[in-house]
Design a protein around this ligand. Structure first.
Ligand code: AKG
Ligand code: FE2
Length: 318
């Protein structure tokens, strides 16, 4: 090997997990074709969850380059009209390109989401609603749109000593464990994924609470989906709040969702990630739920998030 050749990556299964792997040794400024092959092999072998450990923080270009290994970058939620954000009155005429130009003129990267209680530029503590620090609900990202992002990447920049772990729960394992009767039921129905609230329970920009889940604004997806690239089936519930099983009376929908959620989030399908600064965890939203554990309001936690454009949800067949 010459001095300029890329180092071989080290790949280890995540500790205490039935899925997921840690990759060390990637140079985020020079991701080679060989690296990409290793990453994709790891993704398949370890069912859609990879933790990249770095001994320094990545810059935005490096995170975008790593994101592009997994797909085309998608806009961050909550900053483009109709993408986790209600369209403000008078902005109906703005195209996405015009909104992007405006964001960039204000120094905002439209592909990067900031998640934390620090100001993204100064890293000073910023005024943050108390709800943000509580337990976040299990969810998949932006599933309230017709074509939700496939991959999300979360980059730990500031983390508290304790609290704020991120849980992942394999919906491929959950689908395999469905009884034949439950599988048939799930396979025949769609659930509407509500867009009103973020995962901490805080309403999204411009959103107000719907009168009932039946009226919630969101997108209906099949409860059991097929992942064309791997052949797996996965349960796809989005988030519990304001979920609604299309066509059922509300009480039946609530009962079925309670049963499915209890099944889907059993501890044997889950893994809890304890963060190290610099890590980037990438997950396949088609295969995996995630949630964040609470942390103390006096502590600091700050992450960057990117996501890739998805594909239309493919229903599992009978
Ligand atoms: O901050 C976290 O650990 C999880 C945040 C989250 O849900 C996300 O980035 O999609
Ligand atoms: Fe999320």
């Amino acid at each position: 090997m010459t001095a300029t050749a890329a180092a071989t990556l080290s790949v280890q299964p995540l500790e205490n997990a039935q899925f997921g792997a840690e990759i060390r040794g990637l140079n985020p400024a020079n991701i080679t074709a060989e690296n990409k092959q290793t990453i994709w092999d790891t993704y398949r072998d370890r069912h859609g969850l990879i933790c990249f450990s770095f001994d320094r923080l990545l810059d935005a270009d490096e995170l975008h380059a790593l994101t592009s290994v997994f797909g085309e970058n998608e806009y961050a939620p909550g900053i483009i009209n109709g993408l986790g954000k209600a369209t403000p009155k008078g902005e109906e005429h703005l195209t996405v390109d015009e909104q992007v130009t405006k964001l960039r003129a204000g120094g905002r990267d439209p592909y990067l989401a900031y998640i934390g209680n620090l100001d993204p530029k100064t890293l000073e503590k910023q005024n943050t609603p108390g709800k943000f620090f509580g337990e976040w609900e299990w969810h998949t990202d932006m599933s309230y749109v017709e074509v939700p992002p496939t991959f999300s990447l979360l980059h730990a920049r500031v983390i508290p000593e304790d609290g704020g772990d991120t849980g992942f729960c394999s919906q491929v394992m959950a689908a395999k464990a469905l009884s034949p009767a439950m599988r048939a039921r799930a396979q025949s129905l769609k659930v509407k994924h509500d867009s009103t609230y973020g995962s901490s329970g805080i309403p999204r920009p411009g959103m107000t609470a719907p009168a009932s889940p039946v009226e919630a604004i969101g997108y209906p997806h099949p409860i059991l989906r097929k992942i064309p690239s791997t052949g797996d089936e996965a349960i796809f519930l989005g988030r519990r709040t304001n979920g609604y099983v299309m066509g059922l009376p509300l009480d039946e929908s609530e009962a079925l969702l309670d049963e499915l959620w209890a099944h889907s989030t059993q501890p044997q399908f889950c893994y809890q990630h304890k963060w190290q600064v610099g890590q980037v965890v990438v997950w396949d939203n088609r295969m995996m739920l995630h949630m964040r554990a609470p942390f103390d309001e006096t502590k600091a936690r700050f992450m960057w998030r990117t996501q890739t454009k998805g594909e239309a949800v493919v229903p599992a067949t009978a």
